[in-house]
Design a protein around this ligand. Sequence first.
Ligand SMILES: [Ca+2]
Ligand SMILES: [Zn+2]
Length: 292
Amino acid sequence: MSHRDGASRETENDSDDAPRPTASRRSLLSALAGATVLPFTSGTLAYARATPDADHDGDGLPDADEAGGSLERAFADTFGDQFDGFDPERRDLLIDVRYVEGTDVSSGTKATIERLFRREGIYAQWLDYPDRYDRDTFERRYGPNARSLLWGGESFYRTEVERRFRNAALQLIVVPGRAHPEYSGLVYSPVTDALGGGEDGNVNGFSMGNRAVVADRDDPREERRLVLHELAHLGLCHADDPNNRGVMGAGERIDLTDREWDLLRQRVDSVQDSSGYDVLFRPCLREQWLSD
Ligand SMILES: [Ca+2]
Ligand SMILES: [Zn+2]
């Protein structure tokens, strides 16, 4: 829906003859740069030091962690039978889903997405977090605001997601969506708002590297489209090819293109708690972070 309006507006703004970005936009982008360069740098150094840890399957999980140990036990303790364990010969993608009371991702959506990923050589595992978040408390603390959910020191991600899971699982937060009738069922993104996208900055979902938020959906098809779209943002931008009918393009097919699957398979290892890499340096983000 609105994200394509937002994207096209962005494209106009970025063309040569467009007006210069407004001061607020410039200051927003430089604020982002300041906020994210440091984590990127330190994350990169940390990763460089860690490279002796071989990762044969390329999923970002060092072989040592996949061969049994404290990380595997932590997942088993928290997620129980849902967790199939790791395999150093298999490209794993753990999806740690956090639900606000009253929200859900249907078993049909999970099965569809799991089947697609596994068909493409990515062993997706859905891990429902065992506790649901109380809706009133959640809305009081965080609200359906991408910033208070996904980034910043007091965000849901920083406060609620255990540090040991952050480099090993993609976090997906399912929220009821904004209560005001005019934006019912949407998530507010201050970044999208500042750049003129969405419905006054309200979008269906928002992705930022190793974590994403989606608004709860009842319609099964819309739920599948939205959830797959946000998960795929782990490694993919929106498609600008008008012939792309998959979820990063027109959204007519609940699938990705072969080329997109190739890229996503290579980028599964970007489940890392290093938002600078994910946010600022991915080429799509300056245009498209920003939408849904
Ligand atoms: Ca591995
Ligand atoms: Zn998107």
